[in-house]
Write a protein that binds this ligand. Structure first.
Ligand code: MEV
Length: 315
């Protein structure tokens, strides 16, 4: 038996980090995907093959014994086997178009696609349960995840997400065009979130003020999206970037990239944890060309992305 699923990567347009502490965020799925295939095998073992490594192991091992990049996949296969009679195992293969450690949701898209592919080997479960499984799998590498990234990769389109309110679709961003530029420095979401946690511990009142400010920006976005006001959304993205800079997740390279993006597009900001990774720009009236050329001239890898409205897909 064989079951496959794919899920898109994502960018965060508003609210990363603040979402961990309860503020709302706005995320958007992008047209770069991760595909996962799961097949039942007769070996009784879990075997994983991905660009981030491979593994062949019996089920039932402690998750800390597994290489971090493969933990979510092992977790999902192990859990599936624990709930089943018999002596079979599971083979998992992963193919990804999303660079890892760049803030574009490669691990969340992988968790969502793997949760759907592996659970597809058993009896059908609702999509909400697939999302819960994906978040549990992601927690094996980043215990403090807000769950926002998995929700975006699962749902597709543009979503508003908060920890207590879950997610709702706020549109498909028709006519909006994104440019993504990569600093070339990988980051670990868990460690950048840890740095922000320390900043918050030492600057509680200031951090709470910024949470309120970031939440206020989010509230303005659905109306602007509904009116197709890309310039308005871009202005709010620039304000959000200022909050991210103040909590210390930008650096000289990211500041330079944001300057290039803001000079050539409606708005530009870090996307995801920061500390490295990518900058996302909302293209201006001249389309994506000016931002793409600006990043290329400065030597940064960049590409135009469109908004993915498919979300999780099974095959
Ligand atoms: C990472 O893509 C987004 C963060 O807000 C962490 C999270 O929401 O889990 C930094």
């Amino acid at each position: 038996m064989r079951s496959g699923a794919s899920a898109p990567g994502k960018v965060i347009l508003f609210g990363e980090h603040f979402v961990v502490y309860g503020a709302p965020a706005i995320l958007c799925a992008i047209d770069r995907r991760v595909a996962v295939t799961a097949s039942a095998n007769g070996t009784g073992r879990i075997s994983i093959s991905s660009a981030l490594g491979s593994l062949e192991s019996p089920p039932g091992r402690g998750i800390s014994e597994i290489a971090p990049a493969l933990r979510p996949l092992y977790f999902l296969a192990d859990r599936m086997l624990a709930g089943r009679q018999g002596t079979g195992g599971i083979d998992i293969t992963v193919e990804s178009e999303i660079p890892p450690g760049a803030g574009l949701g490669s691990s969340s898209a992988c968790c969502v696609a793997a949760a759907a592919a592996v659970s597809g080997l058993g009896s059908r479960i609702p999509r909400g349960r697939v999302l819960e499984l994906a978040v549990e799998a992601e927690q094996t590498i980043f215990a403090g995840t807000s769950g926002a990234d998995c929700a975006a990769c699962m749902h597709g389109g543009i979503i508003r997400y908060s920890r207590d309110g879950g997610f709702s679709s706020i549109g498909q961003g028709r006519g909006f065009s994104l440019v993504i530029a990569d600093s070339g420095t990988k980051h670990s979401t868990g460690s950048v979130v840890g740095t922000v946690g320390r900043f918050r511990g030492e600057n509680r009142a200031e951090f709470e003020g910024m949470c309120r400010e970031a939440a206020g920006l989010v509230e303005g976005v659905p109306g602007l999206l509904a009116r197709g006001d890309a310039a308005g959304v871009g202005r709010l993205m620039n304000q959000n970037q200022e909050c991210l800079r103040r909590i210390g997740v930008s650096n000289t390279t990211l500041d330079e990239m944001v300057r290039i993006g803001q000079g050539a597009a409606h708005g530009a900001k870090i996307t995801g944890a920061g500390g490295g990774g990518c900058v996302v720009c909302l293209a201006g009236p001249g389309g994506p060309g000016p931002a793409l050329r600006g990043f290329e001239r400065a030597g940064y890898g960049c590409f135009e992305a469109s908004i993915d409205c498919r979300g999780l897909d099974t095959f």
